[in-house]
Design a binder for this molecule. Structure first.
Ligand code: SF4
Length: 115
């Protein structure tokens, strides 16, 4: 299914659902950046505080990938098409109700998911 066709099937109201990235799974492969029709994601460096919340395996992965991960900087533009969820090779993204998470300039903050 093309991105344009999928975009037409998205939620008409942005921001009811938002993508949450499992910080112990993301490997900054950027499939989400490429596939999102609404430019929700960027690949950025994790903060010191975010690094401290990772599992040991998560820290090792982060080291291998240069300290970079995907971040949902424009999560409120999400229209819940699900393309990012399906495209992530690490199964690191889930869609959750907006009211279940908090946000800041660094994106969505649900707490670190341990998997
Ligand atoms: S579900 Fe993912 S790909 Fe679709 S609009 Fe939301 S963030 Fe973008």
């Amino acid at each position: 299914m093309s991105t344009q066709r999928q975009k037409l099937q998205c939620d008409k109201q942005a921001g009811r659902m938002v993508p949450v990235i499992n910080r112990n799974r993301c490997e900054a492969k950027a499939d989400c950046v490429s596939v999102c029709p609404y430019q929700v994601f960027e690949i950025t460096t994790l903060s010191v505080a975010e690094r401290k919340e990772l599992s040991l395996a998560g820290r090792l992965k982060l080291l291998v990938h240069g300290g970079m991960q995907a971040r949902a900087l424009r999560a409120d533009a999400c229209r819940a098409c699900g393309l990012c969820v399906r495209s992530c090779p690490e199964k690191a993204i889930t869609l959750v109700a907006r009211e279940a998470v908090s946000s800041s300039k660094d994106g969505i903050h649900p707490g670190v998911h341990h998997a």
